[in-house]
Write a protein that binds this ligand. Structure first.
Ligand code: AGP
Length: 613
């Protein structure tokens, strides 16, 4: 995916565009560029590398234009290079375009345009768009007065795939046109200025009033107006949304990296997720849901479908749903689920989890299950994101903007939300005792202060990171609810430290993985379930006996152990212990990455959400 920003108003566009791009670098960071209309000509400045590199290009500070578009890229078609960076222009340098998404039929369109005499300077799919707009602008017969809008719309009609597109034309220095399909785009309304971005944080410092553009909807934006059109260019009004986020939410606030800030935000993000949904001695309330006892008792199966970290949250949620509601629950990786013809009918409930709400496989899987008649429930952190528009029901995590590519606070919010959903179902179904539910409620309300206690282990974890950051392989072991934590801890480590790592269910060790254990190998054990404690300790002893260095995260008093280091965390109901036990592993991955001198927030090859298959 890529990030796009746009500005039109009475201020210099360039600093606003560049600031916006810096906020969107989590979406892609292999090249960046801007296009502004300067003295009636389009001026494009772009290069491979990060936004900081763009900022240092000679002449960029001298640009005075008050209209512009900007882009930060995560390469799909064509390697990162100056030519492949956005914005792209048509051959006559009249139109400039930035694009997030993929044009699936770009080869066909490229051939068509080549036959018409157009040439291409890049390997991107995007470059067909400005040329196609130019083709229709100069050759078409517009059916409306606004020739620019008509040409954009006629070109877009030819595109197959996903796109969020911004277009400027040197002949119209007072407007920019945007359109989207299956890629996010928001428009921020200011006073005598308007903004465009792939995601709200990029323009949050300037406005809290936003329009969320719908699929196949166009907006023509000037200093003082935003006009919306549907796909047949009929105008319509649209409600504006006011976002309550603090502009500081997108700042580092004294932390060295967003990831560390987001780890430390977890006491508060959990508070926000729990919100008013849960109170002691009252039933859990989800205004978003209207599930009756009859509906819930007829569910034959729940599928939780997601990718990466969100899928790990689903594994924790499965335990809660099965144990509190006794409904069979399966967790699936979205990219597998969508192609394996899953058994789904109108008695199936499908829960889709996505922090960004834009993950292509998760959205496709949701569409598939809807087609098969299942009810769909989306869990997302991003207001109005694609997944929330597709699902029958949406519950927001309210974790606040998550900027670091490696997900931390969104994961813990997803977990607590899933457990609360399981409690809500159990209350409707009367499938668990009041005592069980009340104890769990108390535990959830204690989470923020217990997370604060875990965060106090920061220095010990920092020291541990110093000892092991040069390792080549690190293994994670856990049983029961500790197994998804092992998986998530291992993923966090891989993502930002590039250390090879695997997670195993501790009981599986003897079925193969133990062959990997040799002298001095690092093994991290998560031991929080009192019922499985003895078995997990035995598994860890087996690796100690084979020379492994063992580090243990536990909420139990383990005496007489020969583990190399123990991080103690508070005890809590085992259904939600993954929320506490993941925190030392998030910190460990963070400090290992810092010790290796890596870019924690923007790890290589990764983008915050994966909007392509
Ligand atoms: C998390 O650290 C990862 N960056 C990644 O696994 C992520 O969770 C996955 O791509 C799903 O993203 P989503 O929640 O936005 O759908």
């Amino acid at each position: 995916m890529c990030g796009i920003v746009g500005y039109i108003g009475d201020k210099k566009a360039t600093p606003i565009l560049i600031n916006g791009l810096s906020c969107l670098e989590y979406r892609g960071y292999d090249s960046a560029g801007i296009a502004v209309i300067e003295n009636n000509e389009i001026c494009v400045m772009k290069d491979k590398g990060r936004v900081a590199n763009l900022k240092s290009l000679s002449g960029i500070d001298e640009l005075t234009s008050t209209i512009g578009i900007a882009h930060t890229r995560w390469a799909t078609h064509g390697k990162p290079s100056q030519e492949n960076s956005h914005p792209h222009m048509d051959n006559s340098n009249q139109f400039a375009v930035v694009h997030n998404g993929i044009i699936e039929n770009y080869n066909e369109l490229r051939n068509f345009l080549t036959q018409k005499g157009y040439f291409f300077l890049s390997q991107t799919d995007t470059e067909v768009i400005p040329n196609l707009i130019h083709y229709y602008y100069t050759n078409g017969v517009p059916t409306i007065e606004d020739r620019f809008l008509w040409a954009v719309k006629t070109a877009v009609d030819d595109l197959r795939g996903s796109y969020a597109i911004e277009v400027v034309c040197k002949l119209y220095p007072d407007k920019l046109i945007v359109v989207r399909k299956d890629s996010p785009l928001v428009i921020g309304k200011g006073s005598y200025e308007n903004f465009v971005a792939s995601d709200i944080p990029a323009i949050l410092p300037y406005t809290k009033n936003f329009y969320l553009l719908d699929d196949c909807e166009y907006a023509v934006i000037s200093n003082d107006s935003i006009q919306f059109y549907d796909s047949s260019l009929t105008t319509h009004d649209k409600p504006i949304k006011n976002i309550k986020w603090d502009a500081n939410a997108t700042e580092k606030n004294g932390f060295e990296d967003y990831m560390l800030k987001e780890i430390y935000e977890q006491p508060n993000s959990i508070r926000e997720t729990v919100g008013t949904r849960l109170k002691l001695d009252e039933k859990c309330s989800f205004d978003e849901l209207s599930f009756t006892k009859e509906y819930l008792s007829n569910i034959n199966k729940i599928y939780i479908v997601a990718c990466g970290t969100a899928m790990h949250a689903g594994l924790v949620g499965k335990n809660a749903l099965e144990s509190l509601c006794r409904i069979p629950t399966e967790v699936d990786i979205a990219s597998e689920f969508r192609y394996r013809n899953p058994i789904i009918d109108e008695k199936t409930l499908c829960i889709y989890i996505s922090q960004s709400g834009e993950t292509a496989d998760t959205i496709a899987a949701l569409k598939l299950s809807k087609k098969k008649g299942a009810k769909t429930l989306a869990i997302s952190n991003v207001l109005g994101s694609s997944i929330t528009r597709e699902a029958d029901y949406t519950i927001y995590t309210h974790a606040g903007p998550e900027i670091a590519v490696a997900s931390t606070k969104a994961y813990t919010s997803q977990v607590v939300l899933l457990v609360m959903i399981a409690m809500y179902f159990a209350e409707v179904l009367e499938s668990s005792s009041k005592d069980t539910i009340n104890k769990l409620k108390t535990s959830i309300l204690e989470l923020p202060s217990k997370i604060e206690t875990v965060l106090k282990e920061n220095d010990k974890i920092k020291e541990l990171a110093k000892k092991i950051y040069k390792e080549h392989d690190i293994y994670f072991l856990g049983r029961g609810t500790d197994y998804p934590v092992a998986m998530e801890g291992s993923l966090k480590l891989k993502e930002i430290s590039y250390i090879h790592s695997e997670a195993y269910a501790a009981g599986e060790l003897k079925h193969g993985p133990i062959a990997l254990i040799e002298n001095n190998i690092t093994v991290i054990g998560i031991l929080t379930d009192p019922n499985l404690m003895e078995k997990s300790i035995s598994n860890l002893q087996e690796v100690v006996a084979r020379g492994a260095k063992t580090f243990v995260i536990t909420n139990q008093k383990i005496t007489d152990s020969n583990f190399d280091c123990m991080i103690n965390i508070p005890t809590i109901d085992s259904l939600i212990s993954p929320i506490l036990s993941i925190i030392p592993l998030q910190l460990l991955a963070y400090y290992i990455s810092k010790n290796k001198g890596l870019d924690v927030d923007k790890p290589r090859n990764l983008a915050k959400s994966v909007t392509v298959e």
